[in-house]
Design a protein around this ligand. Structure first.
Ligand SMILES: *Cc1c(COP(=O)(O)O)cnc(C)c1O
Length: 383
């Protein structure tokens, strides 16, 4: 058995990144400023996006999006239940109604066929989720949204560096990225709102900092313009320069992180091919570059004779960390009690919610670490 604990994720922070953060800390300006502006510029170039706004989280980005689109009571937002809770929480906080689309059983992603029956005259927004580093098949969804005059915004929390048909996610339309420490690149906490719609970008930029008509940092003022006044009530979701200095280094290394994650994922696939109780996610059929944010397997609970939760607990005892991405939102206490959706309504979501498990995957892992995970899995499943 492994002597030391292998977490399911761990950020890779370089000495250069630590030095860059140190420099900001000593500079006299640590909140939103030149480093944030530089990071936004670098990120929007990387994606080829129309523009990018750096934020304190992706959740903040979703809050700003719903506010900027004036989504509220009477409006419906269609998104999968197989997602992180933040999107659905905010839809409800804005007084709107979440409508859950089921996902493809083997990619965990929505598609146009699954979304279509969820649309109504009240639908204002569709939020597909790029899952685990793979890309949603956006083409048919873009047509569906355009034909029905519904807004579309991609949850790209897992998709920094992912490409769909030769284009980076974020290049087209509106996409929200996360830099939480488990994601493919991190700023500690942080997010990026990318869009090719200038009016939407302007509104998000304004709303992210109190609704003032200025940014948090004005180059000429070397600070915030003291005469700025509120144009509409806003929020406070700006990124700090401390975070942006880290993000700038991380973005410079994102492609090498993805290359390493891809090697590790390929090795997992080879090693797990003979483990009949585990079913990895399928590679989507459309052209893409997978960023391998997560390595997810589904446990065949009938064949294995144990629940997913026991499987995870047994691996933990063997010093292997795992995660769940995700427990279906509609099955969580608040949503069970308020939405009261009948069991079986989202069959593929519910099937996966009971069986999914994320295995350790991060750039500093070695092939020996993968061997340790597979050996531990085999020991747990033999019993
Ligand atoms: C991490 C995550 C988010 C939220 O990102 P934060 O930066 O933590 O707010 C949203 N959606 C998905 C699918 C995520 O995995």
């Amino acid at each position: 058995m492994r002597k030391d604990f292998l977490p399911f994720s761990r950020p890779s922070i370089s000495e250069e990144e630590i030095a860059a953060v140190d420099e900001v800390l000593r500079s006299g300006w640590i909140t939103t400023g030149p480093k944030t502006a530089g990071f936004e510029e670098m990120f929007h170039r990387y994606c080829g996006a129309g523009g990018a706004v750096a934020l304190s989280s992706a959740t903040g980005g979703m809050d700003l999006l719903l506010a900027a689109l004036d989504i509220g009571p009477g409006d419906e937002v269609v998104t999968p239940s197989m997602t992180w809770v933040s999107t659905v929480n905010l839809i409800v906080r804005h007084g709107a109604t979440p409508v859950f689309a089921d996902v493809d059983r083997d990619t965990l992603m929505v598609n146009a066929e699954l979304l279509k029956p969820c649309l109504s005259e009240f639908t204002r927004l569709i939020v597909p989720v790029h899952f685990a580093g793979a890309a949603v098949d956006m083409g048919p969804i873009r047509r569906l949204a355009a034909d029905n005059r519904i807004h579309l915004a991609e949850d790209a929390a897992h998709a920094a560096g992912t490409e769909y048909r030769g284009e980076k996610i974020g290049r087209r339309g509106t996409a929200i990225f996360s830099f939480h420490p488990i994601k493919n690149m991190t700023t500690g906490e942080g997010g990026m709102f990318c869009s090719d719609a200038p009016a939407l970008l302007d509104r998000v930029r304004r709303l992210k900092f109190h609704g003032l008509g200025v940014d948090a940092y004005d180059r000429r003022q070397q600070g915030r313009s003291p005469q700025a006044e509120v144009l509409e009530p806003g929020y406070k979701y700006n990124m700090t320069d401390i975070a942006a200095a880290l993000g700038t280094g991380q973005l410079g290394r994102l492609d090498s992180f993805i290359a390493r994650r891809t090697e590790l994922a390929q090795y997992y696939l080879e090693r797990l091919a003979t483990v009949d109780e585990l079913l990895p996610l399928a590679m989507p059929a459309w052209e893409q570059r997978h960023a391998w944010h997560l390595f997810i397997v589904r446990l065949d609970i009938d064949r294995a004779g144990i629940s997913r939760n026991s499987f995870m607990a047994e691996l933990q005892k063997k010093n292997i960390g795992t995660g769940i991405h995700f427990r279906a939102v509609h099955e969580q206490k608040y949503y069970r009690e308020t939405l009261k959706l009948p069991p079986g309504i989202l069959p593929a979501t519910e099937w996966n919610s009971e069986r999914i498990c994320s295995l350790p995957l991060f750039p500093a892992m070695t092939m020996d670490d993968v061997d340790d995970v597979v050996a531990a899995i085999k020991e747990v499943l033999v019993r």
